[in-house]
Design a protein around this ligand. Structure first.
Ligand SMILES: C[S@@+](CC[C@H](N)C(=O)[O-])C[C@H]1O[C@@H](n2cnc3c(N)ncnc32)[C@H](O)[C@@H]1O
Length: 223
C-alpha cells in the first residue's frame, strides 16, 4: 500500500504553513469548529483529521464530555496531547487512517471534518460517518473552494507541504450533499467563508434524521 503523504509532513512545518500570512487558515478553522459546537452542542464529539488539535480550546466541557480525535500522523497527535494535558473533558486520540478506522455505531452527536475530504475517497467514508452519528446528531464539513488567485496548496517557506498537491482533489459541495442525504443527513445550512488569502471555504452543516431518502422538498423546509 502507498504511504500516505501526510506522514511526511512534520508537525512544525504543518503548523507554520497553516499560520503563515499567505495561508492563515487556523483561526478561521477554529472559529468554524466553535460555530458547529454552538449549533449542535454535542456531548460526544468526533474530529476526523484533527491534526495538531486546532480549535480544541473552543470545546466547552460543560456541554461536551468526550472528544475523540482521529488522525493518521502520530506526531500531530503527540502535539495535541502535549497542548491539552488536562482539557476538562475526556480526550481520546486515535492514530489511524480514517478509511480503515473501526467506527462505532451511534456513538457521536457531532462529527466534524474540516479540510479532510480533499485528501481521500470521501464517499466511502461518508457511509461510516452516517453509521457513527446518532439520530439527531450533526455533521459539519469544511471544504476548500477553488480559487482564481491562489493554487490549491499555497507556496510558503515550508516545501514539505507541496507533496500534498499529488493527493489534493477539490470536492464539490453538491456531491457531498447528495451523498450525505443517502446516509440520512439533512442539509441545515451551507455558507461560503471567505479568507484573507483570497481563498474561501464551503461550510456545510447536516443533521441526521430518522430515514435515509429525504425528499428535496423536506430538505428545503429546513434551510
Ligand atoms: C488540512 S488538515 C485538517 C485541518 C484541521 N481539521 C483543522 O480544522 O485545523 C488535514 C488532516 O487530515 C489528516 N489526514 C489526511 N488523510 C487522513 C487519513 N486518511 N486518515 C486520517 N487522517 C488523515 C492529516 O494528517 C491532517 O492532519
Amino acid at each position: 500500500m502507498k504511504r500516505n503523504v501526510w506522514l511526511d509532513i512534520p508537525a512544525a512545518d504543518y503548523v507554520r504553513h497553516m499560520s503563515s500570512p499567505e495561508v492563515d487558515q487556523l483561526s478561521a478553522l477554529s472559529r468554524l469548529l466553535r460555530e458547529a459546537l454552538e449549533r449542535f452542542r454535542p456531548r460526544d464529539l468526533l474530529l476526523l483529521g484533527c491534526s495538531t488539535g486546532n480549535g480544541l480550546d473552543q470545546v466547552d466541557p460543560a456541554v461536551t464530555h468526550r472528544v475523540t480525535g482521529v488522525d493518521i500522523n502520530p506526531e500531530y497527535l503527540a502535539r495535541v496531547r502535549a497542548q491539552f494535558p488536562n482539557p476538562g473533558f475526556e480526550l481520546m486520540l486515535h492514530c489511524a487512517d480514517v478509511m480503515t478506522y473501526a467506527f462505532v455505531a451511534d456513538a457521536f452527536d457531532l462529527v466534524h471534518c474540516a479540510l479532510l475530504f480533499e485528501y481521500l475517497e470521501w464517499p466511502a467514508l461518508m457511509r461510516e460517518i452516517g453509521r457513527t452519528t446518532r439520530i439527531g446528531g450533526g455533521l459539519s464539513v469544511v471544504l476548500q473552494r477553488p480559487s482564481d488567485v491562489a493554487p490549491a496548496v499555497t507556496r510558503t517557506k515550508y516545501p514539505s507541504l507541496l507533496q500534498l498537491e499529488r493527493l489534493f482533489r477539490f470536492v464539490e459541495p453538491e456531491a457531498v450533499v447528495a451523498h450525505a442525504r443517502t446516509w440520512g443527513f439533512e442539509l441545515r445550512s451551507q455558507q461560503i467563508e471567505p479568507l484573507h488569502s483570497g481563498k474561501a471555504f464551503d461550510v456545510l452543516h447536516f443533521q441526521k434524521g430518522r430515514g435515509p431518502a429525504l425528499t428535496a422538498a423536506r430538505r428545503v423546509e429546513h434551510l
